[in-house]
Design a binder for this molecule. Structure first.
Ligand code: TXA
Ligand code: MG
Length: 351
């Protein structure tokens, strides 16, 4: 299959820009598009065949449900039942934006889209390209991140091309994604709200709207714990991992730099190539030619926005040994460290 790539500018969008993409979606085809979090791989959420095509294109297990993207808050009433009042309060505060809600599903949502669950994940994105695509296509768009299963989520169209070119109908190139980490997921289908995936919207943000939202323990613990399985099916899979082995080094900044430099020296003596992932503030302190700067600790959204691109770059550069600083005291720490720990296979040492 030939994948058509079209480029759009967020500040200059016309309805006609979306004509072909809308036709593809209405005909059961697949279109990758940018959102404020990461690129999504879209198909008609109410068409079981389109959902099956999404799983096939990504190489994703079909028990891992998809997020349905909408363009109006009132759309939740078409897709869900028994909607609690918290859902409207959360929508009012955080939509359009990087939040996904889990609600009890309505009958029209096929089991293929929800991985056989009786709940449905719903998100109203803020990216103008995403919103206009959903609106003009006239379909609800099921969209997981537009990466091959197991790879870091794509934050540029180039990442999507790398993974999915030849496997889908179209890619809309809208440049880089602003946030760079997937949406925060909050489950409202149970007795208490539960945060299934940490993201740009944090527990502290949720606390301002709903009482007692807790993180699913499995997504914030430093080590995988026996008998604790993540509640979101997708969170239990190995994810984001580059081919090289990452070691996260935790502790006081000077000691982290000291320990990483010691390790780098040992590798150098053995003739091995190693790399460092770090904040801008400490980048100059490493005695290493392969330093990957994620951004400033004073602006943690830079770190979140760069993380997946750096993980992909490490693969491209073929680096086998990687040390990363830990990012523990930032607003987005839970979100960033959840991805970094998975990328490292939970390999962490204390400095
Ligand atoms: O930011 C995002 O959410 C991006 C953009 C494209 O919107 N999408 C995204 O989709 O990250 P995906 O498929 O990569 O991740 C969806 C996560 C998976 O971990 C999945 O298991 C979980 O949401 N999920 C979906 N439906 C669910 C449900 N009914 N119950 C529990 N978890 C669900
Ligand atoms: Mg994903």
């Amino acid at each position: 299959m030939e994948t058509k790539v079209i480029k759009l500018k967020r500040e200059d969008l016309k309805k006609t820009d979306f004509k072909e993409a809308g036709e593809i979606l209405r005909n059961g085809g697949l279109v990758a598009f940018p959102t404020e979090t990461v690129y999504g791989l879209g198909g008609n959420a109410l068409d079981p065949t389109a959902s099956m095509k999404i799983y096939a294109a990504k190489g994703r297990p079909s028990d891992n449900p998809l997020i349905v993207h909408i363009s109006e808050v009132s759309d939740i009433e078409k897709l869900a039942v028994d909607i609690p009042k918290e859902a409207y309060r959360l929508a009012e505060r955080f939509w359009p934006g990087p939040m996904t809600m889990i609600l009890k599903k309505a009958d029209i949502v096929p089991g293929e889209t929800t991985g056989g669950l009786d709940t449905v994940a719903i998100r109203l994105p803020s990216d103008p390209i995403a919103r206009m695509l959903i609106k003009t296509s006239g379909v609800f768009i099921a969209a997981p991140s537009a990466n091959l299963s197991g790879r870091p989520s794509p934050t540029t169209a180039e990442h999507v091309i790398e993974d999915l070119s030849g496997r889908i109908d179209m890619i809309i190139d809208g440049g880089s994604c602003e946030i760079g980490l997937e949406s925060s997921i909050i489950d409202l289908s149970g007795a208490e709200p539960l945060i299934l995936r940490p993201g740009f919207i944090t527990k502290e943000d949720f606390d301002m709207v709903v009482a007692d939202a807790e993180y699913d323990r499995a997504v914030i613990s430093e080590k995988p714990e026996k008998n604790i399985v993540a509640k979101a099916p997708g969170m239990k899979y190995r994810h984001y991992a580059p081919k090289g082995q990452i070691t996260i080094v935790k502790g006081d900044s000077d000691r982290v730099v000291g320990l990483i430099n010691e390790k780098l020296k040992e590798h150098l003596e053995r003739g091995e190539e190693a790399a460092v992932m770090c904040a801008d503030e400490t980048a100059d302190k490493y005695k290493c030619v392969h330093v990957y700067k994620l951004g400033s600790r004073k602006k943690d959204s830079e770190i979140s926005a760069n993380l997946f691109a750096v993980l992909r770059q490490l693969d491209e550069d073929g680096i086998g040994i990687i040390y990363s600083e830990s990012f523990d005291d930032l607003r987005l720490s839970q979100a960033i460290m959840n991805r970094l720990r998975k990328a490292a296979g939970y390999n962490m040492i204390n400095a």
